[in-house]
Design a protein around this ligand. Sequence first.
Ligand code: GLN
Length: 280
Amino acid sequence: MTIEQLLIQTAARLKVAGSTTPRLDAEVLLGHVLKRDRTWLYTWSDRCVEDAALTRFETLLAARAAGEPIAYLIGEREFWGLRLQTHAASLIPRPDTECLVEAALLKATKTSGRALDLGTGSGAIALAFASERPGWQVTGVDRIADALELAQANAARLGILNVEFIESDWFAALADQRFELILANPPYLAPDDPHLELGDVRFEPRSALVAAENGLADLRHLIITAGAHLEPQGWLLLEHGWTQGEAVGEALRHAGYQEVTTLADLAGQPRVSLGQWIPD
Ligand code: GLN
């Protein structure tokens, strides 16, 4: 069978299985098996695929047809132009989260400083920020050892040196360290959010997605505890759900943060709230 025939057949099968991007999925998975990019598949579309490759492709297809995310199947996802390895122990980096990185960069006007990424997972936020601010020292923490290993592997693979990853349940292992910027994309979905039963999210770790108090428990906890780890005039920046902007802004003001603002993501939805820590 030629590459083009195989792609047509596979896309049809993935469509029946419920994929909303069947042709793209087929190309990405076949490209992964053949270690070629999608342009190559088009250039050589009348080539035949060898049996060994077909067997490996079939294994991936069966998993994809069962809903497994592409990012876990091929083991990587691009975030902020960085190629990051992915693993089922951590959330798949999302374009939404680039809004948080952008907001943090706007606050990082000095040439050096310290930034903290809480619940770093694959290291996406910490690595994106560190790559843009080589004069800053960035710390990423996570309480899940497999996630830290992944973040460390990503830093090494990308050759990003101004970042360190530490096992810590939020601030627990950080003693009295302080930072100019604290960033987090904590779990913020309500336990009964119907979105949890759809698409890729079904395969991601619940601990990275779901929080009590209608999704607000971890956001509130971080807002209350971050002040003890912020330098004076430092900023706390939090990603949250599109319905949570008001509640998060309110919690920030209530905890004494100044200049509280909520920013919209590329889709125009409230996505990130921030506040400045000015001790009296
Ligand atoms: N933005 C993610 C989603 O909607 C949730 C990520 C999170 O809870 N931090 O799937």
